[in-house]
Design a protein around this ligand. Structure first.
Ligand code: AQP
Length: 330
């Protein structure tokens, strides 16, 4: 069976609609297609300033949201990255295979370091740890949004380079990116991707938002002055984004939606998008809360997931250690 691997950072109190449609929904779907390993990447979360107490809480809230969204921990190994020590161990080996300039070309690092006055070495080597995350599990498919494409390319390059230099060791992973939801746009600034670090709080729709807040954010979404519900990402990014959101949540094609709303105003259209969003995402907050209420069970799930992940990770690390000339890891 193919191996599926992905991760998400516990860097906010709630995931957002971009995370969900771009990545997490595919996580859920791919559980039926192979052996899945899904992790809350807390090692990545400390590349920027963090508070330990907040991180500890967010790791649990993140795991609870993943279960609420449909990750089944009896099928998929669901775990916190820091519990599997093999990640930083393999990362070190891969760092020594990565060119300094090669790492410097990563656009996410350039964007994030330009915006921050505290730039850690960890933020710079982040994509290499991410490569270790993926290669440790011999992942065939990695479900992510389009913003992760360049990092996936680096993971592939590192796998190929290592295999060339030391002999076949790693599966070369394929990104799994769904075209229609590869980048969900910010509701207030539809030329940018939806993101938790967005400037306008109205632009990012959080999965744990109150339903009325979700509705308000959709109703105040930036559109255009044309009053025509039509898909044209270039000239009508706001409307096209809402069409994509409606279509991917309702399963109704964009063409059908265009026909349905022909001659109608944006008010009607936004009300329909708000209904679809509220129906689909509304129940997630309550489910997340219920899962968090049984903290002992949630921690048991994560420990069990880490155990399963570690046993797969150990095998690969052992192989890589032998290949580079180390004595076997203890
Ligand atoms: N707007 C988006 N559209 C589609 N996919 C998206 N993803 C993130 N935003 C969008 C995908 O979500 C997964 C988890 O991403 P992450 O853990 O890297 O979260 P993030 O990048 O920290 O989320 P933000 O909001 O984008 O954070 P900032 O503002 O810090 O950069 C990934 O698969 C990602 O592609």
């Amino acid at each position: 069976a193919p191996r599926i691997l992905s991760g998400i950072q516990p860097t906010s109190d709630s995931f957002h609609l971009g995370n969900y449609l771009g990545a997490l929904r595919q996580w859920v779907d791919l559980q039926d297609k192979g052996d899945a390993f899904y992790m809350v990447v807390d090692l990545h979360a400390i590349t920027v300033l963090h508070a330990p107490k907040v991180l500890r809480k967010r790791t649990l809230v993140s795991a609870a949201q993943l279960i609420a969204l449909g990750i089944d921990p009896s099928r998929s190994a669901l775990f916190a990255q820091s519990q599997v020590a093999e990640h930083p161990m393999l990362s070190w080996i891969l760092e020594c295979q990565t060119g300094f300039g090669e790492a410097g070309r990563m656009t996410q690092f350039k964007d994030k370091s330009a915006k921050s006055d505290r730039v850690s070495v960890g933020l710079y080597t982040y994509p290499i740890l991410q490569a270790a995350d993926i290669l440790l599990y011999q992942a065939d498919y990695v479900p992510v949004g389009k913003d992760q494409k360049q990092h996936l390319e680096l993971s592939r390059d590192l796998a190929e380079r290592f295999n060339q230099s030391f002999g076949p060791t790693f599966t070369v992973p394929e990104p799994h990116i769904l075209k229609s939801t590869e980048t969900i746009k910010d509701l207030a600034e539809p030329d940018k991707k939806m993101s938790k670090s967005s400037e306008s709080p109205k632009g990012c729709l959080y999965l744990l938002d109150d339903v009325n807040v979700m509705r308000k954010k959709i109703k105040s979404a930036v559109t255009d002055s044309e009053a025509r519900v039509a898909y044209d990402p270039e000239n009508k990014p706001g409307v096209s984004n809402l069409l994509n959101i409606h279509s991917s949540l309702s399963g109704v094609s964009v063409e059908k939606l265009e026909a349905e709303f022909e001659g109608k105003g944006y008010g009607d259209f936004k009300a329909a998008v708000a209904d679809v969003v509220a129906d689909n995402l509304g129940p997630i907050a309550q489910r997340t809360k219920e899962i968090l209420d049984d903290k002992a069970e949630l921690e048991r799930i994560l420990d069990d997931g880490a155990e399963r992940a570690a046993s797969a990770a150990r095998k690969t690390l052992f192989k890589a250690y032998k290949k580079v000339g180390f004595r076997p890891p203890r």
